[in-house]
Write a protein that binds this ligand. Structure first.
Ligand code: SF4
Ligand code: SF4
Length: 408
């Protein structure tokens, strides 16, 4: 489409990038068919095509209102539209630019600002989040229904094998995952230990930056990215780790794009590129043929997070690993659609998020699975709050099946 960006942005890095993206969109509307918010709300302004149109107008200098911001806030950043788009429109990058401009030109209400400020302060700090979660677990029986469901019971970590192999990989601990489910990284360490790889965590490594970046505190998010690079750098620079493993696909999608996020930072640009090039989702590290074959491990429905299938374009790998570990995968309709978790989205847009979870759980339960597997802690917590069927990270299931085989 034709564009005429306004002076305030035309000659900036963001302006040039947005212009190139906008010009690729031919307004065909194919993307509306796979947009979860359009499916629920039926409003073109809550579809990728409509949001692209809104952002074009904003970048061309049109007035910005709270309505414009609302349509962008309702977007899950699931990037299903990128997978669908035949013209290769990089919607995710455009919405980052559009949101920053809209945020700077509008003022949110005080309740909205307070909510966002507290999430931005609280979520990336594992200690604080863990303390609140611990308290929530203590008083869980007394909590009202919805809150009670949101407080996940503890998932003990189990043993973490000592580093004994020549092959070593770093694993991101992350921010909320160590508090919610320390069992996930420990399970990954045990499974990788079994195939000759030692997994290590860097002591001071924290949030990947996604939480604050997607709360539209983009510079604070970049600070988190720089801090994580600093924490990893000694191990990366010394060459003692061959890869950086992500057990949360949301973090993986972010870290793989560090070179983009920090492209304007002369001090961190090269380091960011190196970190991104070493980053792998856990399902990219495990070779199915290296895994022992297991039989009859049970029926499982796999929920492929958007950050895995759209953000990282990784499809089908986890399913192959689960099948190898003896799980029977049940069919899941509309597997390309978001479950409504999307980082802090479930807390900021509870109604839309709840509707999407309802639809996703209906599809997941269709094949009567004994358990649900996922690849992202946010999706895990969000889905578990809506069902009594156990929701686990796929690596926990794999670890369990392999251990059962060893003791059989
Ligand atoms: S983003 Fe892609 S699919 Fe959607 S309207 Fe533009 S060109 Fe068509
Ligand atoms: S990122 Fe997801 S919710 Fe946002 S416009 Fe694209 S498909 Fe719709």
């Amino acid at each position: 489409m034709q564009t005429q960006l306004a002076d305030f942005i035309r000659d900036s890095v963001e302006g040039r990038e947005a212009d190139a993206i906008l010009r690729k969109c031919v307004h065909c509307g194919f993307c509306t068919a796979t947009c979860p918010t359009y499916q629920v709300l039926g409003d073109d302004l809550d579809s990728p095509r409509g949001r692209i149109y809104l952002m074009k107008r904003v970048l061309e200098g049109a007035p910005v209102s709270g309505r414009t911001r609302l349509h962008l806030d309702r977007c899950l950043t699931c990037r299903a539209c990128e997978t669908t788009c035949p013209s290769g429109v990089r919607y995710g990058r455009l919405v980052d630019i559009g949101r920053a401009v809209v945020e700077a030109r509008t003022r949110r209400g005080s309740w909205d600002r307070a909510k966002r400020a507290s999430l931005s302060f609280f979520l990336p700090r594992t200690g604080l989040f863990g303390a609140a979660l611990g308290l929530g677990r203590l008083v869980r029986p007394l909590l009202p229904g919805r809150l009670k469901k949101a407080v996940l019971p503890s998932r003990p970590r189990g043993t973490w094998p000592p580093p004994r192999h020549a092959r070593k990989m770093l694993v991101l601990a992350g921010c909320v995952q160590p508090a919610l489910a320390p069992s996930i990284n420990a399970a990954a360490a045990r499974v990788l230990d079994g195939v000759g790889i030692s997994l290590v965590e860097a002591p001071s490594a924290g949030c990947c930056g996604a939480v604050r970046f997607h709360l539209n505190r983009q510079e604070a998010g970049r600070d988190d990215m720089r801090a994580l690079i600093d924490a990893w750098w000694p191990l990366v620079e010394s060459g003692s780790v061959e890869a950086i493993v992500m057990t949360a696909s949301g973090c993986g999608a972010t870290v793989k794009e560090y070179a983009h996020f920090l492209r304007e930072d002369a001090h961190y640009r090269d380091k960011a590129e190196r970190i991104a090039s070493l980053t792998r989702d856990l399902c990219e590290v495990l070779e199915p043929q290296a895994m022992p074959l297991v039989e009859n491990a049970g029926r499982v429905a796999f929920q492929s997070p958007c950050s895995l299938q759209h953000g990282q374009q990784l499809r089908g790998r986890v399913e192959v690993l689960l099948a190898r570990a003896g799980f029977e995968l049940t069919p899941v309709d509309d597997a390309h659609l978001c479950c409504g978790s999307a980082g802090a989205y479930s807390l900021l847009q509870p109604e839309l998020s709840g509707e999407l979870r309802l639809r996703k759980l209906r599809a997941l339960h269709e094949g009567a699975p004994a358990r649900i597997a996922t690849a992202n802690i946010g999706c895990l917590a969000h889905l578990q709050a809506g069902t009594t069927t156990p929701v686990m990270h796929w690596i926990e299931l794999l670890d369990e099946a392999l251990r059962r085989k060893m003791t059989a």
